[in-house]
Design a protein around this ligand. Structure first.
Ligand code: NAD
Length: 406
């Protein structure tokens, strides 16, 4: 079983080999600044009391307040949260936004809770974490299975406890409570801007065949945006299964179908395949948008994509990175490709603090500028350093964090 935090540290060591950093700085980055475990009591609808485990890891705040999502998943555990918090610190530095890295989570399958139970659980997380978060300290956001509605409950609970009226302690909120225009599609859209730069650099076809693993906030938005740009989404998956349709999936119709049927299997004109088969389909671009450890040494030799773009966090293990690199398949790393989410979250935080509400066009223009600039910079540095995009993105991020510490 791949431990995501060990993978993250191994990525760090590999970047440090290409460009050695100060050993004291490196040793500081081997552990988070703070790691918090909580147990959250929740009164269930049947009157019983259930205790859930929750976490917040505040990894590094050299560049600004800790920033990172809260994940609700049955497999969430501390090593995953630590890895995600570490990647957030690097990601914010890659995007050059004034934030550090943090991450939170609760070990829970939210599909097994009623709405009231989910609300009580979310408010419970805030009750216990309130002394440790805040607009200048730590600003959580959504992640897997956490929605704008959940962020709305959280910001309400936080303001009840502390009296804070800025709403700037949580991002990814509904617009009505201070959310930003464009936060919903931000991660998928940021990935799209990065893809457009790389499409040109790698001379990929104008219309690419694209395979996407995960059909949630990130994968679903990416699919829609890429389809609108004239690409064919030939296969897609979610936690229940995968489908293929070689002449391209109509994403709007699939969204409607999923709403009604609660699954994507059986979508008219498609065939069902396994998630394992999906990852090794011949295509121009493979976009993992679900969870960690999907491309490993077990399947990396069979990947048939011309480009892998990581919209999920940590989908490729270091061993798989080596295999893909030796096979000439570039991987746009998560800390660059999916930085659009935290970037627009930071815009949301800024708007809350200065009492403004920017238009969607403004938000997208600011996001595009950052993604274009940092993608070009990392691509060009990778040529100078003669290494892969992940090591390069790490090096760029580490330089910026080290500079902030100095
Ligand atoms: P989400 O809960 O909205 O969607 C997750 C999707 O993955 C769902 O469609 C789910 O069915 C699917 N999935 C789960 N297990 C799967 C499996 N084994 N195989 C195939 N599909 C599976 O979550 P999200 O916000 O879209 O996050 C997805 C990934 O993107 C995560 O790695 C997350 O950390 C990362 N990410 C999210 C954001 C954001 O803004 N939401 C930002 C940066 C990175």
């Amino acid at each position: 079983m791949n431990n995501p935090f060990q993978n993250a540290l191994s990525q760090l060591a590999r970047a440090n080999k290409v460009k050695p950093f100060n050993p004291e700085f490196m040793s500081r980055l081997h552990q988070p600044n703070r790691e918090v475990h909580i147990s959250i009591p929740v009164k269930m609808d049947d009157g019983t009391l259930k205790i859930f485990e929750g976490y917040r890891v505040q990894y590094n705040n050299a560049r600004g307040p800790y920033k990172g999502g809260i994940r609700y998943h049955q497999d969430t555990e501390i090593n995953e949260v630590k890895a995600l918090a570490f990647w957030m610190a690097l990601k914010c530095a890659v995007a050059n936004i004034p934030m550090g890295g943090g991450k939170g989570g609760i070990t829970v399958d939210p599909k097994e809770l009623t709405k009231t139970e989910l609300e009580n659980l979310s408010r419970g997380w805030v009750k216990l974490m309130a002394p440790l978060i805040g607009p200048e300290v730590d600003v959580p956001a959504p992640d897997v299975n956490t929605t704008p509605e959940i962020m709305g409950w959280m910001v309400d609970e936080y303001s009840k406890i502390t009296g804070d009226k800025t709403n700037a302690t949580f991002t990814g909120k509904p617009i009505s409570v201070g959310g930003s225009e464009g936060r919903g599609p931000a991660t998928g859209l940021g990935g799209f801007y990065t893809f457009k730069v790389m499409q040109e650099k790698l001379s990929l076809p104008e219309s690419c065949d694209i395979v996407i693993q995960g059909f949630g906030n990130v994968g679903g938005n990416a699919a829609e945006i890429l389809a609108n740009d004239g690409h064919k989404i030939i296969a897609l998956s979610d936690s229940k299964g995968a489908i293929i349709k070689e002449d391209g999936i109509d994403i709007v119709a699939l969204n409607e179908y999923k709403k009604v049927n609660k699954r994507i299997g059986g979508f008219p004109g498609s065939r069902e395949i396994t998630n394992a088969e999906l990852l090794v389909l011949p295509c121009d671009v493979l976009i993992p948008s679900a969870l960690e450890n999907q491309i490993t040494e077990e399947n990396a030799n069979n990947i048939q994509a011309k480009l892998v773009m990581e919209l999920a966090n940590g989908p490729t293990t270091p061993e798989a990175d080596d295999i893909l690199y030796s096979r000439g398949i570039p991987v746009i790393p998560d800390i660059l490709a999916n930085a659009g989410g935290v970037t627009v979250s930071t815009f949301e935080w800024e708007q809350n603090l200065i009492g403004e509400h920017w238009t969607e066009a403004d938000v997208f223009a600011k996001l595009k500028k950052i993604m274009d600039q940092e993608t070009n910079l990392i691509y060009n540095r990778s040529k100078e350093l003669n290494t892969d995009l992940r090591r390069t993105a790490f090096i760029v991020a580490l330089e910026r964090i080290e500079q902030a510490i100095k």
